[in-house]
Write a protein that binds this ligand. Structure first.
Ligand SMILES: [Mg+2]
Length: 345
């Protein structure tokens, strides 16, 4: 399937943990302000006024320097002079809005001009507020305070949408990717495999006696089995591989950069680990097993992940027909891409 335009920056083994949640509390971080003015006196006045509060002030004496500092530090708030020798405050404003769109920046323009037409032009260029020189220190602090509230709010919303985006692609039970997550990721990886000519294997896995565990010991037992299997997948695949839960007791693993033997070995190892795992329900040791179907992507085939899944599913069906708790490779008409790379670690 086509990955579309949705940016995926998440890792395959997603953990929604404290790190992400910390991102929501933006108030605890030092608040950076970039001050831009070609006049050393005005820069000093701004720095002095801002030093009354807990701000980290960065100072630039030209538009170019401001762009560099901005790119390096990404301050949430910028106070810029209007007239400077290289870039005007208006141009700086436009460039920040155009070039740094991933996060919102609150921009205050500082000007000696009082003509309303010009101020309107400044706000039109993307400034959030303006202040006329000579400014009153307390008014500056009050306006910066407003800017900080708005910038913080933007940061919180941005952090929340990142969390939601991750949650939308995560299986809550196991912490693995869900079907949508794995399809988005795999669609991209498949294009990369075709472009750079590396092997890619899709593996469908299904538990053999899961239903009977659920029926006999209850849903909590079933959940423990799913989590146990997910844990084995996480610890027995490389960070470049991805694992997802795509349905009730159905899992999907995508392995790359390994040849046929490597992929088979890696999956055999997972099968054996799962077989060796003892679950204890109501005082009884319970063993659950899984069947696996592997299909390899060939560079001669179309880059269609669903087609690969169909092949892996057919191999899984064979594994079940041939006695379950086993690994089967799809019978493909063309040999999948082989490489010299060693087995999966
Ligand atoms: Mg100036």
């Amino acid at each position: 399937m086509d990955g579309g335009n949705i940016p995926i920056t998440m890792k395959s083994k997603v953990k929604i943990g404290p790190a992400v949640e910390d991102g929501l509390d933006v108030s605890a971080r030092p608040f950076k302000i970039l001050v831009v003015d070609d006049s050393p006196i005005d820069r000093k006045l701004l720095e002095q006024a801002l030093s009354q509060e807990q701000y980290t002030v960065l100072s630039a004496k030209s538009g170019q320097e401001a762009i560099q500092l901005f790119a390096e530090h990404r301050p949430p708030l910028v106070i810029t002079d209007w007239l400077m020798p290289d870039l005007t405050g208006i141009e700086l404003c436009r460039r920040i809005r155009l070039e740094f769109q991933e996060s919102y920046t609150y921009i205050i323009i500082l000007t000696a001009m009082t003509e309303k037409d010009k101020l309107v032009k400044g706000l039109g260029a993307g400034a959030d507020d303006y202040l006329t020189k000579p400014f009153h220190a307390n008014e500056l602090l009050a306006r910066v305070g407003v800017g900080r509230r708005i910038a913080d709010l933007h940061r919180q919303i941005e952090a929340k949408s990142r969390v939601l985006e991750e949650l939308a692609l995560t299986d809550a039970m196991t912490g693995l990717l869900n079907r949508r997550g794995i399809e988005l990721w795999a669609g991209r990886e498949l294009s990369a495999a075709a472009r750079h000519d590396f092997p890619l294997w899709a593996v469908m896995a299904d538990m053999v006696n899961f239903k009977s565990v659920n029926d006999t010991y209850g849903h909590d037992a079933g959940d423990a089995v799913l989590k146990g299997f997910a844990e084995i997948l996480k610890t027995n695949t490389r960070s470049a591989d991805i694992c997802g839960r795509i349905g009730g007791e159905e899992f999907l693993i995508v392995l790359t950069h390994t040849n046929r033997d490597g992929a088979t070995l890696a999956i055999e190892r997972i099968r054996e680990k799962f077989l060796a795992q003892r679950f204890r329900f109501r005082g009884q040791d319970v063993v659950v097993t899984a069947s696996f179907g592997i299909a390899g992507h060939s560079r001669h085939q179309s880059q269609n992940f669903n087609r690969l899944l169909t092949q892996a599913d057919a191999a899984l069906y064979s594994a079940k027909q041939l006695g379950r708790n086993r690994v089967e490779l799809a019978a493909t008409e063309i040999n999948p891409v082989e490489s010299n790379q060693g087995p999966s670690q």
